[in-house]
Design a protein around this ligand. Structure first.
Ligand code: CA
Length: 295
């Protein structure tokens, strides 16, 4: 990899991108969860890793995918693959079709591993070894709370449909590997880094705060947006634009819906994310494009 400048200019760009994706039209308190500097830190960690494992999927009733997560994770995975990295994705079996569909829509076929709901002992360690991952990134994955359970945004326990992907992140952290996490509600992998803030700032935060931490946290109004911001920051480091186009992002969303994904807020199988219409998402992605192509 060629030498990169990671000084003030990069930090400033990331701060601007983080501000764009911290927009919180859903009023879920995401802006209060932002850790200044973590978008830049997370992007650098991914930039330096030759092999990255990307976890995504917030299983909905019936175990199907949510429209937030897979489209952004696929865009980020495509950016990492464009940089020549070895990339694999992981999600529950019921979520895998949506992730694969998003990758196909982005013309970027990559392996998607099914993480069992009740994996055999040693599964996480074996997966880490098999993929050779040197960094992990989570995009909208449920994170275990201090009680050991997984919760949705209403605080309800959803543990019976969530795979213990947290174990992968805890194992990686123990091995000294950087972990990057994108979330928007406080109940996702990585939010353990700001659990006190989740309890204070997120409606119902006391009952849903995730305990699983991360090295670098990207809090966003919608998790897909946070994944785009990481792709944008990687592009900044690479000296080329690695953001998905608006049409490609919309195609990825349409593909996950066709593969069965539902909007986690409305509960409907429709091309909205967190209850927000397409124009809202296009405006955020366009704002990132404006940042990526300015000066
Ligand atoms: Ca979300």
């Amino acid at each position: 990899m060629h030498e990169v400048t990671t000084g003030a200019t990069f930090q400033t760009w990331c701060a601007a991108a983080q501000a764009v994706v911290a927009r919180d039209p859903g009023g879920r308190g995401a802006a209060a969860l932002v850790v200044p500097g973590d978008l830049a830190g997370g992007a650098l960690a991914l930039w330096q890793a030759p092999s990255v494992l990307v976890a995504t999927g917030f299983p909905q009733p019936g175990g199907v995918a949510e429209t937030d997560g897979p489209p952004g994770a696929a865009a980020l995975a495509a950016a990492l693959a464009a940089l020549g990295k070895r990339v694999a994705l992981v999600a529950e079996e019921g979520v895998v079709p949506a992730v694969a569909a998003a990758l196909e829509a982005l013309r970027c076929p990559l392996p998607v591993v099914a993480y069992p709901l009740r994996p055999p002992a040693g599964f996480a360690a074996e997966l880490l070894a098999e993929t050779g991952a040197r960094a992990l990134v989570s995009v909208e994955r449920p994170g275990r709370s201090a009680s050991g359970h997984y919760h949705n945004m209403r605080g309800e326990v959803i543990s019976d449909r969530v795979a213990p992907v947290d174990d992968l992140f805890l194992l990686a952290a123990a091995a000294g590997l950087p972990t990057v996490a994108v979330g928007d509600g406080g109940n996702e992998i990585g939010m353990g880094k700001v659990a006190e803030r989740v309890r204070a700032a997120v409606p119902g935060g006391e009952g849903l705060a995730a305990a699983t931490p991360c090295t670098w946290l990207v809090a966003a109004g919608v998790s897909n947006w946070g994944a785009w911001a990481l792709a944008g920051a990687l592009g900044r480091l690479a000296g080329r634009n690695l953001l998905p186009t608006v049409p490609d992002a919309e195609a990825a969303l349409a593909a996950v819906v066709a593969a069965g994904a539902i909007d986690g807020v409305t509960g409907r199988q429709q091309a909205t994310v967190d209850g927000l219409p397409p124009a809202e998402h296009a405006a955020v992605l366009q704002a990132l494009w404006d940042l990526a192509t300015a000066g």
